[in-house]
Write a protein that binds this ligand. Structure first.
Ligand SMILES: N[C@@H](CCC[C@H](N)C(=O)O)C(=O)O
Length: 290
């Protein structure tokens, strides 16, 4: 039987990004990709990302966080999920600032400027074509040559690309609702230019301090919010000198504030984290998991 059978979990969301938090800090249990997919099944607890807390591996950190997309693939970064994890561990410990380890590095999290808000230091963005990664050299990643649709009248073209520990492509458009992201998202996510696939965002700069956006997530599909995409989009817009370094981001599920701090290049994401309910995994979920 799976070690996850009957294990407790918390269902949360970060502005509508569906998150399951699974705390394995007191055990040596691990989660396989098959188990991650089984949990996401309709009979389970459908989620966009599963945040698995393991015992800390680095002194001074509270946990090592493994992040699964609902297709069973692993991600190095998940901004909305990190706010949910921070909220849970703040409430458990009474602390208001903690450091967690992810595959993207150490992330500091703290209580935001007002109650119910959490800030995550998402680290420094990367712009090099090998860092994103891209399959071929692009010297300037503020815009890359990539388009879909007719060659002489492309539907979407020239995205900015950024790594926030995970790969993002941002297409600048006038109306983020004018495109069928469910159709174009998977095509772009799996485009050969992205050897590790990519998160695909449509973004519109409203003014120098406000961007609206929506995202097709690698490994999870259309979501109501993607925190790392909000960070990548804010940074890409500032790099193009279209916005200030602190911007208000409007996503389908809610709003985030993103600051690209000049002193150290780090990106700070601030927003809420909502607790929905606690439950236990039905053992039957894992019956057919290899
Ligand atoms: N929803 C997340 C991003 C999750 C990871 C992404 N799908 C990937 O595979 O890179 C967020 O809030 O950042």
């Amino acid at each position: 039987m799976s070690t996850l059978a009957n294990h407790s979990f918390a269902k949360m969301n970060g502005i509508g990004n569906e998150i399951v938090v699974l705390d394995l800090r007191d055990s040596a249990a691990t989660v396989t990709p098959g188990e991650a997919r089984a949990i996401a099944a309709p009979a389970g607890v459908p989620y966009d990302q599963l945040m698995v807390l393991h015992p800390p591996r680095v002194q001074g950190t509270s946990a090592f966080i493994q992040i699964y997309n609902n297709d069973g693939s692993e991600a190095a970064a998940c901004g909305n999920g990190m706010r949910c994890v921070a909220r849970q561990v703040f409430e458990e410990t009474g602390k208001s600032a903690l450091t967690f380890e992810t595959r993207a590095g150490l992330l500091n999290c703290w209580q935001g400027p007002s109650p119910g808000l959490y800030t995550v230091d998402m680290g420094a963005p990367k712009f090099g074509w090998k860092d994103i990664p891209l399959a071929e050299e692009f010297r300037d990643t503020r815009y890359i040559e990539l388009q879909i649709g007719p060659i002489d009248a492309p539907i979407l073209h020239s995205p900015s690309v950024v790594s926030m520990g995970n790969p993002h492509a941002i297409f600048w458009v006038d109306d983020i609702h004018a495109y069928d992201l469910e159709k174009f998202g998977p095509l772009l996510e799996n485009h050969p230019i992205f050897p590790e696939r990519a998160n695909i965002t449509l973004a519109h700069v409203v003014d120098r301090e406000h961007i609206v956006m929506r995202t097709w997530e690698r490994g999870a599909g259309l979501t109501r919010a993607c925190g790392s995409a909000a960070c990548a989009t804010a940074v890409a817009a500032a790099r193009l000198k279209r916005t200030e370094r602190t911007v208000h981001m409007t996503l389908p599920g809610g709003d985030l504030t993103i600051e690209w701090r000049a002193e150290d290049d780090h990106v700070l994401m601030t927003g809420p984290a909502a607790f929905e309910f606690e439950g236990r995994f039905d053992p039957a979920l894992f019956n057919h998991v290899a």
